[in-house]
Write a protein that binds this ligand. Structure first.
Ligand code: UDX
Length: 442
């Protein structure tokens, strides 16, 4: 008989996990407190943009294995319960807000059947799993709790869930591992590395991985600052160091830095937790990683001022990109939006265009203006800022675009456009970490 699982919390992580587990042949019920979200999912619609997910969702609903409900009692027949609720940054500290995870455990403890396993997937401060396991067993001694961190990237969520780079399971009992092996039998048959850990190590793997990635990005952005000061080119530097297999070329794209729902809040929560553990010195460097990251945003604004003058009032600034990265409509802690809002606050007329993220951006920052196309966005602009490297922006014809702007001035905040192409079309192009190679005015 097919294994039955439940997924608690149907946001980015949960909705993807539910559809993917169903496609692996499991029977899945997804539950969430938000009736609007559940109604959309029941109708086969994904409440956010994630390539390939909607098709998979519809296919799996059609198979009869995947259902959604706001009624938590729907999970009672499942063998395994994946907790996929959010752990955002708390309102008034760097720590993660654990209230959603805590209340999920409280809510399901007495509904679930004996012998079933609760599996946390949310990113949590180390020590949470042991605490939650103790609480769960207090409420229901016939069940168990394990931790199975998720490493999916937005934009690649389906592929990352179906073919993960590794599966990490934090377990307290061999029975828990055996159940998780059944869930991931397809992946195990494909030789996906299977890492068994204790509960704290499993929790730490996730934040350690994200801290490493954040460090890599801030490292190259620090090199960008040095390149600017020394007249070097960070894109060439990144390419050259990336050939060393010990370093590797991924995550060395210098620019306005990392954002999104994970990296920024995960490194902050990690620092906060290390302080609680009395080990704050060990993660002191993450404070610097965060500062380098935030500085990249202000450096773009300084570059705008150096071109347009200190007074940005009444300047028309066109911004290409609002999402925190391409192939996503997620604007949580988006560097592109942060920069847009700061320039707006300086008095400029800021118009933003993004292929997918404008609705989310508008609901967060209604004071920004949005255009329906690249052309409308850049019309009469004094400067164009390229802040999220969507494919659509790489295929812009700079000669044609030049006819629309007031001044052909581009800042490539992601070092992703073809600088020579734009320059040969008559644009003045500036980028973080690259010396000014624009033809001198005579
Ligand atoms: C990240 C982790 O990659 C993933 O494993 C984890 O599960 C969740 O957090 P995600 O938030 O989807 O995934 O984005 P990611 O692709 O890691 O990019 C994060 C940010 O870093 C983006 O804002 C991106 O623009 C930026 N970035 C990435 C750079 O600035 N330079 C790079 O070279 C790479």
């Amino acid at each position: 008989m097919a294994l039955k699982i439940s997924v608690i919390g149907t946001g980015y992580l949960g909705a993807t996990h539910a559809a993917c587990m169903s496609s692996l042949g499991l029977e899945v019920v997804g539950v969430d407190l938000d009736p609007a979200k559940i109604a959309l999912l029941q109708a086969g619609k994904v409440p956010f943009y994630e390539p390939g997910l909607e098709e998979l969702l519809q296919e799996q609903i059609g198979s009869g294995r995947l259902t959604f409900s706001t009624d938590f009692s729907a999970i009672s027949g499942a063998d395994i319960h994946f907790i996929c609720v959010g752990t955002p940054q708390a309102e008034n500290s760097l720590a993660a807000d654990m209230s959603y995870v805590d209340s999920a455990v409280e809510k399901i403890a007495k509904i679930i059947k004996p012998g079933s396993l609760v599996v946390g997937k949310s990113t949590v401060p180390v020590g949470s799993a042991e605490r939650l396991r103790a609480r769960l067993l207090e409420l229901n001694p016939a069940v168990d709790l394990a931790w199975n961190p998720e490493f999916l990237r937005e934009g690649f969520a389906v592929a990352d869930t179906l073919h993960p780079t590794r599966l990490v399971v934090g377990v307290a009992t061999p029975e828990a591992e055996a159940l998780l092996r059944q869930v991931y039998a397809t992946n195990l048959a494909e030789q996906t590395p299977w890492v068994v850990a204790d509960l704290p190590t499993a929790e730490l793997v996730k934040v350690a991985a994200n801290s490493f990635l954040a460090t890599k990005i801030s490292f190259i952005n620090a090199m960008a600052e040095i390149c600017e000061a020394a007249g070097g080119d960070v894109t060439v530097l990144a390419k050259a160091i990336g050939y060393d297999p010990r370093i590797g070329s991924r995550f060395l794209q210098a620019g306005i830095g990392f954002g999104g729902g994970c990296l920024p809040k995960d490194i902050r929560a990690f620092m906060a937790r290390s302080a609680e553990l009395g080990a704050d010195q060990a993660l002191e460097f993450l404070r610097e990683i965060d500062s380098i990251n935030m500085r990249a945003r202000s450096r773009v604004i300084e570059l705008v001022r150096s071109e347009l003058g200190a007074d940005l009032r009444d300047k028309k600034v066109a911004v290409l990109g609002a999402a925190f990265k391409p192939e996503s409509d997620d604007v949580r802690d988006s560097p592109a939006l942060d920069i847009s809002v700061q320039i707006l606050a300086a008095g400029s007329d800021v118009v933003v265009y993004d292929p997918k993220a404008m609705a989310n951006a508008a609901s967060r920052f209604p004071a920004l203006k949005f255009a329906q196309s690249i052309e409308e966005c850049v019309a009469n602009a004094d400067i164009v800022l390229h802040l999220t490297e969507w494919q659509e922006f790489r295929t812009i014809d700079p000669t044609q675009l030049r006819t629309l702007v007031r001044s052909p001035l581009l800042i490539d905040g992601r070092n992703a456009l073809d600088r020579e192409l734009w320059q040969s079309a008559g644009w003045r192009v500036l980028a973080l970490g690259r010396a000014d190679t624009n033809p001198r005015e005579s």
